[in-house]
Design a protein around this ligand. Structure first.
Ligand code: CO
Length: 170
């Protein structure tokens, strides 16, 4: 196990206003998903998310314009394992939107209130290229909407009200 950890790599986080954050990402084929290179990328992306304390992360945030994002285990609907969403799409399952504060690794030190649908249904491919379909509610639904926005070149600051800049602690 330790060898795996040593082989992984902390990826650089690209921050606003880097133009890669504004591109619509490329869909992945089943062949892409099955490649060794992609499996390594997912490992590195997961490690980067945890080291940088993200609740989720999307490929464009590390400079890869690919339709894949991750949600950390504790913020998924089942809390069982990290969720890997490839070529994800979602639809609303509630009329209600909720307002809550968000931040983003790509917009460091900035927080703002964003309205998101309370309940959504997601369709995607998992890390094996298998189709998955599920519903998410409340905070997991919020994180998923935030991460899928990244794949479409959208940042939370585009939607947020009352942006605030956190005081520097270092
Ligand atoms: Co973000």
């Amino acid at each position: 196990m330790q060898k795996c950890i040593l082989n992984n790599m902390l990826l650089e986080i690209f921050t606003e206003p880097n133009p890669i954050l504004r591109k619509v990402s490329k869909q992945l084929t089943k062949e892409d998903i099955g490649s060794k290179k992609f499996k390594k990328f997912i490992k590195d992306l997961t490690e980067t998310m945890y080291i940088r304390d993200g609740v989720g992360i999307a490929a464009p945030q590390v400079g890869e314009s690919l339709m894949v994002c991750l949600i950390a285990k504790d913020f998924t609907p089942t809390k069982e394992k990290d969720l890997i969403l490839i070529n994800p799409v979602w639809e609303k399952k509630s009329i209600l939107k909720t307002l809550d504060e968000e931040g983003c690794l790509s917009v460091p030190g900035v927080y703002g209130l964003v309205k998101r649908y309370k309940k959504i249904k997601i369709k995607a491919l998992d890390e094996h290229g298998k189709e998955i379909c599920f519903e998410a509610e409340d905070f997991p639904a919020r994180v998923i909407q935030h991460e899928i926005d990244h794949l479409n070149g959208i940042l939370f600051i585009d939607k947020a009200k009352k942006l605030r800049h956190a005081e520097k602690t270092l």
